[in-house]
Design a protein around this ligand. Structure first.
Ligand code: FMN
Length: 361
């Protein structure tokens, strides 16, 4: 038997609102946690000062457990020639929007694997849960977080990654299927993407590891959560389902695209940030990502270029280069306050045969 995930996380419902850099907010995480699920914020795309403020913002709104997510990618390797060639490639798009490309690109945020300041902030704030994306930090950091009493989650896109998560002493593994919105949690994108769907991955990982499994990718309602649990998951992590909540910071354009109906599709591209991620297809995917483009700068240096292009285009009134991460299930997202959405998911779970712990005891 796997350890009981809900007791470990101190939550009532088997639902984790996914951390979503740029979209999740303190208000969203707090509303989800107040409703008995686990809210999350992502501090991966900022520095330690921003991380400290983001954690304090959630604390002001709830006493319940919540999750703080960090990125554990291989630190970026700068390559001036590659970055200059990439900016040359993008130059016509800047010009079409009345702008010049930036003179150079930066590593716009650090990996947690070598961010001592972020580690210090987290050890000081001691959130109930910390989750890792893109890999794992070293044993010393994991031990320090565990010694502080923090429950740890690690994402995996394959059985091999899930085994690494378990071997590192992480408490539970997030099995992220190919349907999932946002960045693929691949430990090493250069080794290729197994592109395994959520159902197959959940079942494979659940039978390969002893720690609890959290299914992520395309889970949009109680029926989906119950289905994942029948395949061996202890809970579901849901991102796209929460994008339309008023508490999220998704832009009007992102929300409108999600609600535009047939004709909008998702795809995975690496040209936005330098790592594969799933979002709503626009000219970033179809034109910048068209076959034959030059080699990409490292993650997240490539992101700096797209952010600059998007800023220039937006200034010119053009939303063609916006970044709108979303999973394949996006047409099923419901526009509800987060607390109401969590309560509805709980009702749907009950209709699908899920029995709350108190009732089953
Ligand atoms: C807008 C958006 C942003 C995301 N940002 C993060 C992030 O910062 N950290 C992370 O671990 N996962 C992130 N993800 C991926 C989620 O953790 C999760 O794997 C995914 O949302 C599950 O698939 P779903 O979107 O179909 O529910 C993001 C997903 C979305 C949709």
């Amino acid at each position: 038997m796997k350890p009981d995930l809900l007791s470990l996380l101190r939550i009532d419902l088997p639902i984790i609102q996914a951390p979503m850099a740029g979209v999740s907010t303190a208000a969203l995480a707090a509303a989800v946690s107040e409703a008995g699920a686990l809210g999350s914020i992502s501090v991966g795309a900022g520095d330690a000062t921003q991380g400290r403020a983001a954690i304090a913002d959630v604390r002001r709104l709830t006493d319940r457990p919540f999750n703080v997510n960090v990125f554990c990618h291989r630190p970026a390797a700068a390559d001036a020639a590659r970055e200059a060639a990439w900016l040359d490639y993008l130059a016509p798009h800047f010009a079409a929007n009345g702008a010049q490309p930036p003179a150079a690109l930066r590593e716009i945020y650090k990996s947690f694997v070598d961010d001592d300041d972020m580690l210090e902030v987290i050890l000081e704030a001691r959130p109930a849960v910390v989750s890792f994306h893109f890999g794992l930090p070293d044993a010393h950091r994991i031990e320090a977080l565990k010694d502080a009493g923090i429950v740890l989650l690690g994402s995996a896109t394959s059985v091999a990654e899930a085994r690494q998560v378990e071997a590192a002493g992480i408490d539970a593994v997030v099995a992220q299927g190919y349907e999932a919105g946002g960045h693929r949690g691949l430990f090493d994108p250069e080794r290729g993407d197994p592109a395994i769907g959520t159902f197959a991955l959940t079942e494979l990982v659940a039978s390969a590891v002893r720690i609890p499994v959290i299914a992520a990718g395309g889970v949009m309602n109680g029926a989906g959560i119950a289905a994942a649990m029948r395949l061996g998951a202890s809970a579901a992590q849901m991102g796209t389902a929460f994008i339309l909540c008023p508490e999220s910071s998704a832009t009007k354009h992102h929300r409108a695209l999600m609600q535009a109906g047939e004709g909008v599709i998702t795809a995975v591209t690496d040209v936005v940030s330098g790592r594969p991620a799933r979002g709503l297809v626009n000219r970033l995917f179809s034109e910048i990502g068209a076959p034959g483009h030059p080699p990409l700068p490292d993650y997240p240096i490539a992101y700096d270029a797209v952010k600059a292009l998007n800023a220039a285009a937006t200034k010119a009134g053009n939303s063609d280069f916006t970044v709108n991460w979303a999973g394949q299930g996006f047409p099923l997202a419901r526009e509800l306050p987060a607390g109401e959405l969590v309560r509805l998911l709980g009702e749907e779970l009950a209709q699908n045969g899920w029995v709350p712990r108190q009732a089953s005891a």
